[in-house]
Design a protein around this ligand. Structure first.
Ligand SMILES: [Zn+2]
Length: 204
């Protein structure tokens, strides 16, 4: 994949011009995704959250931009049509409109939720804080991941898990071999998060 991307990028001599790049950096700076200090550019925490959340979205892929540029070249050479190009862009934009706002909303929540105490650590009694990817103790290494087997673990679920040592039945876990299942989470004797299977509940 990487090799192919390099090939495409090389074939069309990269994406964008110097001017476009300067513009992009200005925008990122204005929106506080990066900090520019003398000659150094640093990605801010907010920037990291954004990267993490859009890394799987096609719009962040240079390969795709390269593909578009490649197709424009085809049109130039008379081997591609404008209609086909615009049609595929329209489908792509419709897809983005459906998917991206949701992902960015989650990113926003992650930024503002940083460092809020959500409960008491079962191991040491200090505060459990909401962090970027986990709910974790401010003092020891107690941790609950925000995503477990493809299931998003919400703050509410965590609050309940800390209070009662178990959650309600949660739907939508996906096991490593691709099987969907339901289970509640519980804290085991060592305060590690474990699955509690409830008999006779089948995932839909
Ligand atoms: Zn602790």
């Amino acid at each position: 994949m990487k090799l192919r991307r390099k090939k495409i990028l090389k074939a069309i001599e990269g994406i964008g011009t110097e001017a476009t790049r300067a513009n992009i950096l200005e925008t990122l700076k204005r929106q506080e995704y990066i900090e520019v200090n003398a000659s150094q550019i640093r990605v801010t925490d907010k920037g990291c959250v954004l990267c993490e959340n859009i890394k799987d979205v096609e719009i962040s892929s240079a390969e795709m931009t390269a593909k578009w540029e490649g197709y424009l070249k085809k049109i130039h050479d008379g081997t591609g049509t404008q209609a086909a190009f615009l049609g595929s862009i329209q489908r792509f934009i419709e897809h983005l409109i459906a998917v991206v706002p949701q992902q960015l909303a989650t990113a926003q929540i992650d930024v503002t939720a940083e460092s809020q105490a959500i409960g008491t650590c079962p191991t040491c009694g200090k505060a459990v804080l909401e962090k970027f990817k986990v709910f974790g103790c401010e003092s020891c290494d107690f941790v609950i991941f925000k995503k477990i087997l493809n299931k998003k673990i919400s703050r509410t679920m965590c609050v309940k898990l800390l209070k009662t040592r178990k959650t309600n039945l949660l739907k939508g876990f996906i096991s490593k071999n691709g099987k969907k299942f339901n289970a509640s989470l519980r804290l085991d004797d060592e305060n590690k998060v474990a699955f509690k299977f409830i008999p006779f509940t089948k995932a839909k």
